[in-house]
Design a protein around this ligand. Structure first.
Ligand code: HEM
Length: 304
């Protein structure tokens, strides 16, 4: 069924109060939900898939910390609580094994567990907003000032890990994978907004009125452990998928440390990413094309 946004004759655009977006978190969330077509289907997909998301959390946390400790600019923040000061720390750079990092991994684990909880409650979004606020240097005691570039990159990195792992899940049906990654993607973009709004200066004229929202408050490590999840021969993977997607362009959840990929164009016009060569024409072979023909799942693109 094509999406009908009702733009026909007599159409009146929905009114969005600009000031409300800045001074009222509920209004901001409502607008983002509407814009992103956040529906019960997303809530159900998350409830249905929470088990799979939780299985991924330990691996995601480890990969995120490997990534943050990989660069001096992000690693230093765990000494100085800021990315804006380039002074070298007095102590050695931290490693994954240091108690401070182990403790911080726990924070990230709690955050990700929280993401798997009830998104129908306003507290869920308040918590995401609080995490955003916390990173922008506004806490009175021991402010944490993480510049937005690192936040955005980190969110993109987290999203990429979930995407790779969920789409490569050997048992979940394509319909459930798609519903789950779509719902998660919407949450990540709302979290992104709730980081960005504390960093960008739009709406500064309402500064005095921006409220400081208060807020209240396992099983196996998943199918990741030691198993190949991309290009698995089981499940619904198509041969075509395996030909058209360069393996491990996403950070492999198998590797002990995410590899640093360099991309450059060779004289052949092919783009080389690390040791994989991706021909430009392969980029157009959409991995979901076959699925779209067979599936009855409603999407904005394929239904039209
Ligand atoms: C995807 C983006 C991120 C999310 C969701 C996130 C989430 C969190 C959470 C939930 C906390 C714990 C707060 C608490 O309960 O006390 C935290 C603290 C912290 N985050 Fe982030 N963070 C992100 C990005 C970053 C980045 C990119 C850096 C560094 C470059 C960073 C550095 C820190 C530091 C230094 C703390 C304070 C830890 C402490 O007080 O011991 N975060 N973060």
């Amino acid at each position: 069924m094509p999406h009908d946004y009702g733009l026909g004759e007599g159409f009146e655009p929905m009114h969005i109060d600009r000031k409300g977006l800045y001074v009222n978190l509920e209004e901001r969330i409502k607008y983002l939900h509407h814009f992103l077509d956040w529906t019960n289907a997303d809530v159900e997909a998350l409830q249905d898939g929470a088990k799979y998301l939780k299985q991924l959390i330990p691996a995601v946390v480890n990969l995120v910390y490997k990534k943050l400790l990989q660069y001096d600019i992000t690693s230093r923040a765990f000494h100085t609580r800021t990315t804006a000061d380039e002074t070298e720390p007095d102590e050695e750079y931290l490693t994954e094994e240091t108690p401070q990092i182990k403790r911080r991994k726990m924070f990230l684990r709690w955050y990700l567990v929280r993401l798997c909880q009830d998104p129908t409650s306003m507290d869920f979004w308040r918590y995401l907003n609080k995490v955003g606020q916390m990173h922008c240097g506004q806490e009175r005691l021991a402010p944490l000032n993480i510049e937005y570039i690192h936040i955005g990159a980190c969110l993109g990195f987290i999203s990429d890990i979930f995407l790779e792992a969920l789409m490569g899940h050997p048992q979940l049906s394509m319909r459930r994978k798609l519903a789950l990654v779509r719902a998660l993607n919407k949450i990540v973009w709302i979290q992104n907004d709730l980081f960005a709004k504390w960093h960008v200066r739009n709406g500064e004229e309402f500064g005095d009125e921006i409220s400081m929202y208060s807020f209240g408050s396992g099983n196996k490590e998943g199918f990741l452990a030691g198993k190949r999840i991309i290009g698995s021969s089981s499940g619904s993977s198509l041969d075509d998928d395996q030909r058209s997607i360069a393996p491990s362009v996403a950070p492999s959840t198998l590797s002990t440390a995410p590899s640093f990929l360099t991309t450059h164009s060779g004289s052949s016009g092919h783009t080389t990413t690390s040791n994989h060569t991706v021909a430009p024409e392969m980029g157009s072979a959409c991995p979901f094309a076959d699925f779209a023909k067979k599936s009855s799942t409603e999407t904005k693109i394929w239904a039209n």
